[in-house]
Design a protein around this ligand. Structure first.
Ligand SMILES: [Zn+2]
Length: 320
């Protein structure tokens, strides 16, 4: 097949890592960008099936010892969603595909993911205007579905770049205006995590509260990076080797200092969200990832092929 031949040539000594998030059973009108279960299965069958899927930890070790096969790829997921158990995980098992799930563990202590809280609140807000007394936000309209879609995007963008304490304040005001109790929202449980792990999938750390590391003080940084590893190790009863940087853009969201914190916490590798592929010169602590999102097969394969030509962007690291 031509496409396999092209990928075979382009992929020599390169590692493609695919990144997914929530895989809801049906399209959510409020979040039109999410890949649904059917869309995810289509990507597995049309794009991922053209690659040789390896466990991520194994692939990173092979990358640096020159033993990576052609068309090597890994599958990863970030955050932690209850609906993985009924959608993503069975779809992977059915195709005998390994994946690594990077988990935000605050959920196990009762704290839903911050962007899930935004979505639930915006869905429930009474109209026609939102007024939570924040001059920077103004009084945006929530009269139409398009208004609410735009508000979700805006709030996610704005709240992403706040400290954890400031973000929590806005979330509480938003939830009060919407009449939403965060404890009533769906979230992943520790039992579901153990279930994923016992099915043979990899588990990695993705902080406790999902802050952008560059917005953490030193104490928070250690707690979010090393603390999540300890929690996950306790839950699965084994070593946790991988970490995924929240938001994950080199320079913008993390720097050399944060790479050092990840290294010091005992991880063996870490993944970013910068597109491109890793090669033998890529730091194991800055493995790039890519989300194929195109709906048509030729377009999605073109995206995966083009991604093989992108050199990873990395922050400089201290030697050793
Ligand atoms: Zn995330």
């Amino acid at each position: 097949m031509i496409r396999r031949g092209v990928l075979e040539v382009l992929s020599k000594d390169k590692l493609s890592v695919f990144l997914f998030h929530k895989v809801p059973p049906n399209a959510d009108p409020l979040i039109p960008g999410d890949i649904t279960r059917a869309g995810f299965e289509r990507i597995l069958d049309q794009v991922v099936s053209q690659f040789r899927v390896l466990p991520l930890e194994d692939a990173v070790a092979r990358l640096h010892s020159g033993r990576l096969p052609r068309r090597a790829a890994c599958i990863t997921f970030d955050d932690g969603y209850a609906d993985w158990m009924h959608g993503a995980a069975p779809a992977l098992l059915k195709r005998d595909l390994h994946a690594t799930f990077f988990i935000t563990t605050g959920q196990f202590g009762g704290q839903p993911l911050w962007h899930e809280r935004i979505q639930a609140a915006v869905r429930a807000l009474p109209g026609p205007l939102l007024d939570i007394g924040m001059p920077s936000l103004g009084q945006p309209s929530v009269a139409t579905l398009a208004d609410r879609q735009a508000l979700v995007v805006r709030l996610e963008q704005d709240l992403k770049y706040l400290t954890l304490a400031a973000r929590e304040q806005v979330l509480l005001r938003l939830e009060a205006a919407a009449g939403v109790q965060p404890e009533s929202l769906p979230r992943m449980s520790a039992a579901q995590l153990r279930d994923l792990h016992s099915q043979g999938f990899g588990v990695g750390g993705h902080t406790i509260n999902h802050p952008i590391l560059d917005y953490c003080d030193e104490q928070e940084l250690v707690k979010e990076v090393a603390g999540v590893r300890e929690q996950l190790q306790g839950l699965v009863g084994g070593a946790i080797a991988g970490f995924a940087y929240p938001n994950g853009r080199p320079h913008a969201d993390f720097s050399r200092h944060h790479v050092e914190a990840v290294r010091r916490a005992g991880y063996a590798y870490a993944v970013t969200t910068h597109w491109g592929v890793a090669n033998s010169a890529t730091s194991p602590f800055q493995i790039p990832r890519f989300t194929p999102w195109a709906q048509r097969e030729w377009h999605a394969l073109y995206q995966a092929g083009r991604n093989l030509l992108l050199n990873p962007v990395q922050v400089p690291e201290t030697a050793g």
